[in-house]
Design a protein around this ligand. Structure first.
Ligand code: SAH
Ligand code: SF4
Length: 414
């Protein structure tokens, strides 16, 4: 029984960033997790089951952040929920818009860490580039994020929170009633308002922001599970792509438990060069990586694996490199397409971008072998929102500290 004036603390599930006010942020929780929270708050099993389903729908299908807006939950019960729970959003530190329409948000977690997300509008789609970690443990030499230390993994709430925030900013939540769902008062208040999910602006998600998603496997899996849940955001797995720099031991599991499209940051076709630019290659080599791609569950000619290839001048961009790439794709019988990414520069980067002619010649060789090899148009370069430019300035270490960190990394790697 509830003692008046007394609020029993609810045990915080793992993978939630605790809040100072002691309330639990439901953002990022699945229906069973919400149910568990409600049971711990004192609701009986039956009520918790029904309320969890309703709350999930309100959070992810309708985008509400106040319990008071949940019209199919009894008015008297809403304060009970609001005293114990919140439906949060990441804090926005800065929002920028590029001259090409790309938008970048600098976000802050409850415990003060910065991370970024990017929205890229196109004529036929809108893609949200989502971060999985603050910083990255890997040190790909052409990537700005790689110069940061790993600060921490993002929680499912912080990952889903990026999608929620983007939909808020794009004004994309359906308005209107919830006909057929519970005892909805809104339907009576405004019978003319109808839910419509047509004409979405945010249509695709790529896990290509800061961090290596397969080094934060469980949180990324749980977050994408929520994003794909038909009762909520309901994005199709065909519209979600996870990019990995090649964490071979996690790839099969990712295919089985997440099941989204796979992109692999290949970037080089010889051991020497890939060791240099993607140091993870020293642990999982090219052959091993391509074998894991060939075994990726769900890959076929209709759902190809994307190989990302950053074009670095005089490093990995010769005709021979292109021919070797074709040979490898054929050798492993991969249902593949190649995405050529012009290198996006950042201050202090040790590489330059290949010339447009060189990139075109490289692309042609792959096309002529019957493999699609589009050249990605850089987006949002003017606001440092393009691939590999993400880095939260707030955490930039001093030169002395950078030297010390480099030394630390070298010791760890050797
Ligand atoms: N960590 C994951 C996903 C994030 S990076 C991964 O490495 O796959 C998204 C893509 O941008 C990757 O293919 C990455 O290699 C590429 N990238 C990184 N830095 C870049 C840069 N400066 N210019 C162009 N692409 C870059
Ligand atoms: Fe990390 Fe990906 Fe950047 Fe490599 S390219 S440092 S894996 S974010």
């Amino acid at each position: 029984m509830q003692i008046p004036g007394h609020i029993d603390p609810v045990v915080t599930p793992r993978s939630i960033t605790p809040r100072e006010d002691g309330r639990i942020d439901l953002l990022g929780l699945s229906v069973p997790q919400i149910r568990e929270c409600l049971t711990e708050a004192g609701l009986d099993e039956k009520a918790a089951k029904l309320r969890a389903k309703q709350i999930f729908h309100w959070i992810y299908h309708r985008g509400v952040t106040e319990f008071d807006a949940m019209t199919d939950i009894a008015k008297t019960q809403r304060p009970f929920l609001a005293e114990r729970f919140v439906i949060g959003r990441p804090d926005i530190v800065e929002a920028q818009v590029s001259e090409d329409g790309t938008r970048k948000w600098l976000l802050k977690s409850g415990d003060g860490h910065d991370y970024e997300m990017v929205f890229i509008p196109d004529a036929d789609r809108g893609t949200l580039c989502v971060s999985s970690q603050v910083g990255c443990t890997l040190n790909c030499r052409f990537c700005h994020t790689g110069t940061m230390r790993l600060v921490r993994n993002l929680t499912p709430g912080e990952i889903v929170g990026q999608v929620m925030l983007a939909r808020d900013a794009l004004g994309e939540w359906p308005k209107g009633n919830m006909a057929g769902f519970g005892d909805d008062e809104a339907a009576d208040e405004d019978p003319a308002a109808q839910y419509s999910s047509d004409g979405r602006i945010l249509t695709n998600i790529v896990m290509m922001g800061m961090g290596e998603p397969l080094y934060n496997f469980e949180n990324v899996r749980d977050a994408l599970g929520i994003v794909m849940d038909g009762a909520g955001l309901a994005l199709s797995k065909r519209r979600i792509t996870l990019s990995t720099s090649g964490v071979v031991p996690m790839m099969e599991k990712a295919g089985e438990e997440i099941g989204v499209n796979l992109a692999v940051s290949l970037h080089a076709v010889s051991k020497d060069i890939r060791d240099e630019i993607v140091p993870l290659n020293k642990k999982y080599g090219i052959e091993e990586l391509l074998e894991a791609c060939a075994a990726y569950p769900g890959a076929n000619n209709a759902r190809r694996i994307t190989f990302e290839y950053v074009m670095l001048k005089d490093k990995n961009d010769s005709d021979e490199d292109a021919r070797e790439l074709v040979r490898l794709i054929r050798k492993f019988k991969l249902p593949a397409k190649v995405n050529l990414i012009p290198f996006n520069p950042w201050e202090g980067a040790p590489y330059e971008c290949s010339s447009p002619d060189r990139i075109r010649a490289f692309s042609n060789i792959i096309f002529e072998a019957g493999i699609s090899a589009p050249i990605r148009t850089p987006r949002g370069r003017d606001i440092d929102a393009a691939c590999g430019q993400l880095k939260t300035a707030a955490k930039k270490p001093s030169r002395a500290e950078r030297d010390r960190l480099d030394e630390e990394k070298r010791t760890v790697l050797s």
